[in-house]
Design a protein around this ligand. Structure first.
Ligand code: G4P
Length: 194
């Protein structure tokens, strides 16, 4: 997605060979017009898949997921990372290890928002090692629903996540794929178009 790539080049900051800061439009301040375009891009990629629900994870997955939900005309459920006062019963959970943060956390979604008839699109802001997406897919499977696809806003293709998710046999689409952050510079993957 060219608009997203230009935004990353213009407003992203490379913090290290592994980490890209995009607080100006995705992870802290949010650019609504860009998010709408992101939602449209996901809707056009997954529009023919019969999606009935979108699942994401708080907090930075919510903005792109809501816009995709708007464009696909389906509800959006976000997994919680912290315990909620009201969300206590009937929880489906998964344990997610973050290689970036070196922390283990439990993510949860209420079983009442996922049914075995659902055909689910997973959306997340970043794909690093793929652990968050795998946790979401585990929850979708626990509900007896189908994981129909995974939509990622920014993929760091030099990390393991893409390989992990491709191994699941689920369609993965990333709007920007980063080949390298070396030398303080964002280099996008050169994608061969057929
Ligand atoms: P994984 O799910 O792909 O395995 O990712 P990992 O555990 O390594 O990442 C943990 C958190 O760090 C996630 O956000 C993820 O989006 C974020 N992250 C990973 N790499 C980058 C990066 O290069 N830049 C930025 N900006 N974020 C990155 P989180 O802690 O869940 O945050 P939030 O969703 O609450 O904002």
């Amino acid at each position: 997605m060219e608009l997203l790539k230009r935004k990353i080049e213009k407003e992203g900051t490379v913090l290290s060979d592994e980490v890209l800061k995009v607080d100006a439009f995705l992870n802290h301040q949010i650019d609504p017009e860009l998010m709408l375009a992101v939602g449209e891009a996901f809707a056009s990629l997954f529009g023919s898949e019969g999606i009935t629900k979108i699942v994401t994870i708080e907090s930075s997955g919510i903005a792109p997921a809501v816009m995709a939900g708007l464009k696909l005309g389906v509800p959006v459920v976000f997994a919680r990372k912290r315990q909620s006062l009201t969300l206590t019963d009937n929880l489906l959970t998964a344990s997610v290890y973050s290689f970036t943060k070196k922390t283990e956390s439990t993510i949860a979604i209420s079983a009442s928002h996922l049914s075995k008839n659902d055909n689910v699109l997973v959306i997340d802001d970043f794909l690093a090692n793929g652990q968050a997406a795998k946790g979401l897919i585990s929850i979708i499977e626990q509900a007896g629903a189908k994981a129909a696809g995974i939509g990622i806003v920014i993929e760091k293709s030099f990390q393991n996540g893409r390989k992990e998710l491709d191994g699941l046999g689920i369609r993965v689409e990333s709007l920007a794929r980063i080949a390298s952050l070396e030398g303080g510079k964002v280099t996008f993957l050169q994608e061969v178009r057929s």
